[in-house]
Design a binder for this molecule. Structure first.
Ligand code: FE2
Length: 380
């Protein structure tokens, strides 16, 4: 998983002017084998609203893309119509996965020039894209694996989402209630053995991020598996990217398993916040979303470990919700099982009550839960 608490390190670039001011997460684009069916899952099981669409009916002969929204979270699911494209090759190699962690900026040309002059590999030069609702400027750079960061400048655009997308309310499932997901809290990348510091330096030098935390295999290990993790965040602290790499353990770590099935570095999980995790998780479970489960003994030791909390421990136990405390408060979290057949991408549901960390106190119980799943898959 990602990372933890008291060992907050001083900022790497904290004293420098922010050359890459990021307004917020813009959207996360998944390349998927069947976006139409995935959109059904995100609506029906996860409570997203289908709001915009681009495809054959809108004149897009290349791909279908569905925009799904909940709170401030925007997911785009894209599927190719034909073989032989980068998109179809991406799905062939990685299965369903995150292609683009798109970030909103005021100036996408500046974001491109500032990052590429510091060594970022360009993917898309600043490009004006327009329709009857105005225009956006989009640029993009590469990060780990086949993952990219698009920079989206949307201040001159009044449409629903991006040029080329049309209203999708006619395609949306009616009467879908959201499950209380509010925003993206952090997104974690798994990178190859020995590459963690390379990407820590990438986010520091190329994107001006600071290092928030660091964990090594002494912090994050079980009898069988180990990993190392560092957390990078942007100047405002809104955008947080923990980066994991495997460490030598007796058996294959969850990071190794991910890399084996994703066939490169990539996004491991997306953490989404809620203001009522008990309601959110019980509703997600009712709709069929599967979560990891820790042993009930976890709850016998819980109060001794985290002290008094507002929530009823029996209720947390019933739903398998995890708790951790740091110097600033506590957090509640729960991890889904992989959301596709390959054991790769999954979701985290998180509710922060002051805590700024990532649940280090839960790593051991959690990894053991993952190892039980790996054992069943024959990948431990
Ligand atoms: Fe996380």
């Amino acid at each position: 998983m990602d990372t933890a608490s008291a060992e907050t390190k001083p900022a790497v670039n904290g004293d420098k002017a922010d050359f890459l001011p990021l307004k917020n997460w813009d959207h996360i684009e998944f390349y998927t084998g069947n976006a139409k069916q995935s959109a059904f899952y995100y609506q029906y099981a996860m409570g997203f609203r289908l709001t915009a669409y681009s495809g054959l009916e809108t004149g897009n002969r290349d791909r279908a893309s569905y925009l799904l929204e909940q709170g401030k979270i925007r997911f785009v699911l894209s599927t190719p119509y034909h073989p032989g494209s980068f998109l179809s090759d991406h799905i062939n190699k990685h299965g369903d996965g995150v292609r683009d962690i798109a970030l909103e900026v005021d100036d996408a040309a500046s974001a491109f020039h500032e990052t590429t002059k510091r060594g970022a590999e360009p993917v898309l030069e600043p490009t004006k894209i327009e329709d009857e609702n105005g225009y956006i400027i989009r640029s993009a750079i590469k990060t780990y694996g086949d993952t990219i960061h698009s920079f989206i400048e949307r201040k001159n655009y009044k449409g629903l989402f991006l040029p080329g997308f049309a209203d999708a309310s006619a395609k949306a499932i009616k009467d879908i209630k959201d499950v209380g997901l509010r925003s993206v809290d952090h997104m974690v990348g798994n990178v190859e053995l020995g590459k963690m510091n390379f990407y820590v330096n990438f986010y520091a030098k190329v994107m001006g991020f600071n290092q928030l935390l660091s964990f090594d295999d002494k912090d994050i290990s079980t009898e069988y598996t180990a990993l190392m993790s560092k957390v990078m965040q942007n100047g405002t602290g809104k955008i947080k990217f923990p980066i994991n790499e495997p460490a030598a353990g007796k058996k294959k770590s969850q990071i190794d398993e991910y890399l084996e099935f994703y066939h490169s570095a990539g996004v491991q999980h997306i953490a989404m916040s809620t203001t009522n995790i008990v309601e959110t998780v019980s509703e997600l479970k009712r709709r069929g979303v599967e979560f990891l489960r820790v042993p009930t003994s976890y709850y016998e030791e819980l109060e001794a470990r985290v002290g008094k909390i507002d929530e009823n421990i029996e209720e947390l136990s019933k739903h398998g919700i995890l708790v951790d405390r740091d110097d600033d408060g506590y957090l509640l979290q729960l991890f889904s099982k992989p959301i596709e057949d390959r054991p790769t991408v999954f979701f985290e549901i998180i509710q922060r009550k002051g805590a700024k960390s990532f649940g280090k106190g839960n790593f051991k119980a959690l990894f053991e839960a993952i190892e039980r799943e790996q054992a069943v898959r024959g990948t431990l």
